[in-house]
Design a protein around this ligand. Structure first.
Ligand SMILES: [Zn+2]
Ligand SMILES: [Zn+2]
Length: 294
């Protein structure tokens, strides 16, 4: 185990409301943790505006997502869109069910689209790189490629985020080729997906206890550590005030920023597993040279 960058409970974003499993941490941001992965609900129910779902959890999460959505946004609530930070099985698990039942568009980066349109599957994760998490999740591994092609759309090339005015998407590859983070400049809020995570994913203890720590992307399935480092550096340079990632509790403030900078500056020592393919660019299916999406 390499060095860990600790955070304290003072760095946790305070919850303003916790209704059942749904946790509200900003007027327009709430999340629910399914097993160990976060699903995020954007939208302020007081304002009656559109709301947006970010990621879709595990294959078993769909009914819980619908239940939390109705609790927060009213019965029959349906989002304006679903935004995918990336298409790993723990984020795309319920996407087929939700896209079909809600009949809403699903937006993703073009490099992630093969994994959402039945064309490609992520390879089985390397159990040596993530024993704790994978032991918990192995019964949930998908058995066939995810296909939401009838609802799938590219994130706009102008970097706006459908249904989320004031937000932009940022390409943060490394953990997945088309991984994106979402950023709101006005209050420096960052939805980081798995580009960083705020809890350890490599042991069952960490997964269960959600100890607040600053980590690079989960080691399972991260194929390109060079890109992952550049992505973390780009996120640190944003100087976020509030961060929620795909795993772990939301964090905020100066202590969180300091930890993020320490991670960016010591990335190879802290985040990259021994034997991680740091200096070799892996072949990436579907990788394009499109400048608009880098
Ligand atoms: Zn992931
Ligand atoms: Zn994940």
């Amino acid at each position: 185990m390499t060095n860990q960058i600790k955070l304290t409970d003072n760095d946790a974003a305070p919850l303003t409301e916790a209704a059942g499993d749904l946790k509200v941490f900003a007027p327009d941001l709430a999340y629910r943790k399914f097993s160990m992965v976060n699903v995020i609900f954007y939208g302020d129910p007081e304002k009656g505006q559109d709301w947006v779902l970010i990621d879709s959890g595990l294959p078993t999460s769909a009914s819980g997502i619908v239940e939390s959505a109705q609790h927060r946004f009213g019965s029959g609530a349906r989002p304006a869109a679903i935004i995918m930070t990336h298409a790993h099985f723990d984020h795309a698990g319920s996407i087929e069910t939700l896209a079909r039942d809600w009949d809403v568009p699903v937006y993703a980066h073009p490099l992630e689209m093969p994994y959402l349109s039945g064309q490609a599957s992520y390879p089985p994760a390397d159990p040596m790189a993530g024993g704790g998490l994978l032991a918990v999740l192995s019964p949930l591994f998908p058995r066939s490629p995810v296909d939401v092609s009838t609802h799938l759309q590219m994130l706009p090339a102008d970097r706006t985020v459908p249904g989320m005015p004031g937000w932009t998407w940022i390409a943060t590859p490394g953990h997945a080729p088309g991984h994106v983070s979402l950023w709101r400049e006005s209050d420096r809020t960052l939805i980081a997906g798995d580009a960083i995570v705020t809890t350890g994913q490599e042991s069952i203890y960490e997964v269960m206890n959600q100890t607040l720590e600053m980590h690079g992307p989960p080691r399972y399935l991260t194929p390109d550590w060079m890109e992952a480092e550049e992505s973390v550096q780009a996120l640190a340079a944003l100087e976020p005030e509030l961060v929620i990632s795909g795993h772990g509790r939301p964090a905020r403030g100066a202590g969180m920023r300091e930890a993020l900078h320490r991670l960016a500056e010591n990335f190879r020592a802290v985040a990259v597993p021994e034997g991680g393919h740091y200096d070799r660019k892996p072949a990436m299916p579907g990788k394009s040279d499109s400048d608009a999406y880098r």
